[in-house]
Design a protein around this ligand. Structure first.
Ligand SMILES: C[S@@+](CC[C@H](N)C(=O)[O-])C[C@H]1O[C@@H](n2cnc3c(N)ncnc32)[C@H](O)[C@@H]1O
Length: 236
């Protein structure tokens, strides 16, 4: 299904996510509950394992999660040995950022950069630790777990275009040459993700797929979620 075909839902609104994180913040403050693990622990583990294999902590990568929510994936990377000062997460919901910061403080993750940023309209700030000269193509690794899905459920514009239409270009422009983008989605198949992220104008190429358990229903087999990686080639 293309992004233009998905019917809008409340999951595509900022109001929805603000309400979710307001509720999760209360639960965190009252009983220490860290909130929902989107797509489950297994997805987190598979994404972290892929990162270790393809962009290991020893390469000291700059890593940004787009739409980090409560930060579960970033904390998985922290636990796997990635340097906290090289990890960043952005979310457009202030409550998500506050929740992730609260959880980070319980995991020695205070050095992770967590900030409020609307990915479709603003450029995420670089890591404070880096004297990089402000290069636009900055990140070695970009991560998305459920955010492109949520954005694709936003209201369409007058031409019927989904807000997600602008997302792949924003990924491509902030990724460093040679950098990787890893995305897990429940709304799009591998073929659909490839069609959106490997157009000639973007310059990204397909890199690899992470396998998830398949389910069979009505004679059809498939995975509940799809995880794919794309690479920005080195400039010649
Ligand atoms: C399905 S949740 C996933 C959260 C997190 N990645 C996880 O796995 O738990 C989608 C997240 O994307 C965030 N989000 C949606 N649109 C965004 C945008 N335009 N810019 C930044 N964050 C956004 C939401 O606030 C929400 O935290």
């Amino acid at each position: 299904m293309s992004t233009a075909e998905l019917p809008p839902s409340k999951l595509g609104t900022k109001e929805h996510w603000d309400e979710v994180y307001e509720r999760e913040l209360v639960n965190f403050d009252e009983i220490g509950d860290e909130g929902e693990v989107w797509f489950g622990e297994d997805s987190v583990e598979k994404m972290v394992d892929w990162c270790i294999d393809n962009v290991p902590p020893s390469s000291n990568p700059s890593v940004l999660e787009i739409g980090c929510g409560n930060g579960t994936l970033l904390f998985g990377l922290l636990e796997a040995g990635y340097d906290a000062s090289r990890l960043a997460g952005i979310d457009y919901s202030a409550g998500a950022v506050k929740l992730a910061q609260g959880i980070a403080a319980t995991k020695d993750g205070e050095a992770i950069t967590l900030s409020e940023c609307d990915f479709l309209n603003d450029t995420p700030s670089h890591l404070a630790s880096d004297a990089d000269g402000g290069a636009l193509e900055y990140w070695n690794l970009l991560l998305d777990k459920g955010t492109y899905d949520a954005i694709a459920l936003g209201d369409k514009d007058a031409d019927g275009k989904s807000p997600a239409a602008g997302y792949p270009a924003r990924v491509a422009r902030i990724l460093r040459p040679g950098g990787l983008f890893l995305i897990t989605s429940c709304n799009f198949t591998a073929e659909e993700l490839k069609a959106s992220f490997t157009t000639p104008e973007l310059g990204l190429v397909y890199h690899s797929q992470v396998r998830h358990p398949t389910i069979t229903f009505g004679g059809q087999s498939g995975s509940v979620v799809t995880t794919l990686a794309f690479r920005k080639p080195q400039t010649p």
